[in-house]
Design a protein around this ligand. Structure first.
Ligand SMILES: [Zn+2]
Ligand SMILES: [Zn+2]
Length: 293
């Protein structure tokens, strides 16, 4: 293998990988769908809004479904799989899902679209690498994901009963992350939810509070963490303004975004340093609304 060929390949991989484009198409107990891709290919993490709504929101952002080469499913709760069957069948997109999640989901996916993954496996989709690792949540085989392309890494971390070692290990490598900040502890405890539901949410197998997410952020964030998308906010036990101001106090240069329960976020560009030639390339990249940091 010649040196020239290796250099060419490395340069091509860098072009493929730099930067990553990310958006939350929806986030919350009413539906979750997260997009991570480069200029050539993309993956969706979860498909919890309808196929129609996924199409509408991607179109508004200038994102093409033809780039979506795989859908990864974190767990079987309805807000993560509601649109999966129609979406995957319509576009013939392979679905990466563990056998336990598939079994509990009661979905009737065409066998030729189903791909299994196992814990700690890294799946390659074009030049994207998706690492699947287990998380604590009240589901059969719940997993979180790290999507990387070259040196750029994006984490998708929602539906977390607690912060575990796996999570801190991966979070501290992220250039950007979708991180659950489900509830404010006071709002939950003083709110109208029945006791059993309060226990389900905060009892260690449900969801992460603003405080727990903030502790992870302040203790383990990487110096290169450019964007933090606060995700899966509770409608009744959280307030976007409240959690945004809480995190902004500790942002130290990281852009904090609240992923909406009702609409898509803009597309954020990850892995481009301000003023670099790659940044100008991104700004002129057609068909994408981008926001550079
Ligand atoms: Zn959920
Ligand atoms: Zn869940």
């Amino acid at each position: 293998m010649s040196r020239y060929w290796i250099l060419q390949k490395l340069q091509q991989e860098q072009m493929d990988c730099n930067p990553l484009f990310i958006t939350s198409l929806n986030s919350g107990s009413n539906g979750n769908c997260y997009y991570v891709g480069n200029a050539r290919e993309a993956v969706l993490i979860d498909a919890g809004i309808s196929c129609k709504e996924t199409e509408i929101r991607m179109l508004r952002l200038g994102l093409s479904m033809s780039k979506v080469k795989a859908i990864f499913i974190s767990h079987e709760h309805g807000d993560h799989i509601r649109g999966l069957t129609v979406l995957s069948k319509k576009y013939q997109i392979p679905v990466y899902i563990t056998p336990g999640t598939l079994n509990n989901s009661k979905l009737n996916l065409p066998a030729q679209l189903v791909r299994s993954f196992y814990s700690q496996e890294t799946v390659q989709i074009g030049s994207l690498h998706i690492t699947c690792f287990p998380k604590i949540h009240d589901a059969a085989e719940p997993h979180s994901f790290m999507v990387s392309c070259g040196p750029v890494k994006v984490g998708v971390f929602t539906d977390l009963g607690a912060v575990c070692e796996q999570l801190t290990h991966h979070f501290q490598q992220c250039d950007a992350a979708f991180l659950e900040a489900n509830y404010d502890e006071n709002l939950l405890h003083n709110g109208s939810y029945p006791y059993y539901l309060k226990r389900r949410i905060s009892g260690g197998m449900g969801h992460l509070s603003n405080r727990q997410a903030l502790e992870l952020f302040t203790n383990f964030r990487h110096i290169n963490l450019s964007h933090l998308l606060l995700s899966h906010l509770s409608k009744d036990n959280n307030k976007p303004d409240l959690v945004l101001s809480l995190f902004n106090e500790h942002a130290q240069g990281t852009e904090i975004i609240v992923a909406s329960r009702d609409m898509e976020t803009p597309v954020f560009t990850i892995g481009v340093k301000p003023g670099s030639s790659a940044e100008s390339a991104v700004q002129t990249h057609s068909g994408l609304q981008v926001q550079c940091f």
